[in-house]
Design a protein around this ligand. Structure first.
Ligand SMILES: Cc1ncc(COP(=O)(O)O)c(C=O)c1O
Length: 308
């Protein structure tokens, strides 16, 4: 079976810049943010989408003309729709009106079929995620339909390994803490694997929204940070490897988006705001000699008026 390789995608995905915060972290330790919005659909999900599709083609699980399905808040869906368009497969996204309209539009722009599961007052709740998952499973049972399995496929983790490797090369110093918000946990664990492979073993701090503190309290809830805080422990997340799990107030995360744009020139979405809020807290606690790294998950332009 010939592996699928697309020279454009190989070149366009990854190799993103990293920024050290100057104005928001003047006297604390160093805070570095890996800016993933430069990937083709504006988020780090491009890395996992290409990783999953490439390896599925190589194994013969996917071939041109097949269908592929996943339930997604939109960033993963947009990334999958983009890769699907490149390699001639149809993508079906099970999503919801709880997520940014621009993401649903982007999936459709790449030719995806988008099934919208209605939410209550546009809130992301554990019940909504369960309803989306159920619908995706039913479609995945149909013939010639590949289930991406963003919560379980090892190809997801592998897709993010280069993030960690790039970070080590870019910073060129020992990293004390790596913190990142967790949805599937793929970016957090895959980046960690890359950091470890490149010789770095920072303390690991997994993050979640205070309004849906399942990992810290066992109780999920309604919140507004797209892509994370899903109300269950994602299978990728190895809690034994985490030094800490920290819940961050979503209101602080949204305020941080504004501050990052105005004071650092980084226009990002709310999960990045949450990551940076936590990274700054940690850097202040660890002191001036510390190095803390986090991820800039996606670009703020996806969120329209939901950002302050
Ligand atoms: C905008 C955004 N941030 C963060 C995440 C969390 O990433 P992961 O699923 O790799 O944990 C997601 C996942 O969908 C996302 O869409």
């Amino acid at each position: 079976m010939a592996p699928f390789s697309d020279p454009y995608l190989e070149h366009a995905i990854g190799g993103t810049p990293i920024v050290q915060l100057k104005n928001l972290a003047p006297s604390s330790g160093q805070v570095w943010v890996k800016i993933e919005s430069g990937n083709p659909t504006g988020s780090y999900k491009d890395r996992m989408a290409y990783g999953v599709v490439k390896n599925a083609f190589a194994r013969g699980d996917l071939k041109t003309g097949d269908r592929m399905v996943e339930y997604t808040g939109g960033s993963t869906g947009t990334a999958l729709a983009h890769v699907a368009a490149r390699c001639g497969i149809k993508f079906i996204a099970v999503s919801s009106d709880a997520f940014a309209q621009s993401k649903l539009d982007a999936m459709r722009a790449y030719g995806a079929e988008v099934i919208v599961v209605p939410s209550e007052e546009r809130k992301i709740t554990p019940e909504l995620i369960a309803a989306m998952k159920q619908q995706a499973y039913e479609i995945a049972d149909e013939p010639n339909t590949f289930y991406v399995d963003q919560f379980g496929s090892p190809d997801v983790i592998e897709g993010y390994v280069p993030v960690g490797q790039e970070i080590v090369e870019q910073i060129g110093a020992d990293i004390d803490v790596f913190c990142a918000a967790v949805g599937t946990g793929g970016a957090f664990m895959g980046t960690t694997k890359g950091l470890n492979q490149a010789g770095q073993t920072p303390d690991l701090v997994a993050l979640e929204p205070l309004q849906s503190p399942f990992l810290t309290t066992g109780q999920g809830g309604a919140h507004r940070i797209e892509g994370i805080g899903l109300g269950f422990t994602p299978p990728f997340l190895n809690l034994d490897r985490c030094d800490e799990i920290r819940a961050i107030d979503e209101n602080e995360a949204f305020k941080m988006c504004k501050k990052l744009a105005v004071e650092e020139g980084i226009f990002c979405g709310p999960s990045t705001g949450l990551n940076v809020t936590a990274a700054l807290e940690i850097a202040a606690e660890r002191g001036p000699d510390s190095v803390t790294v986090t991820l800039g998950c996606d670009h703020g332009s996806k969120y329209g008026q939901t950002l302050p």
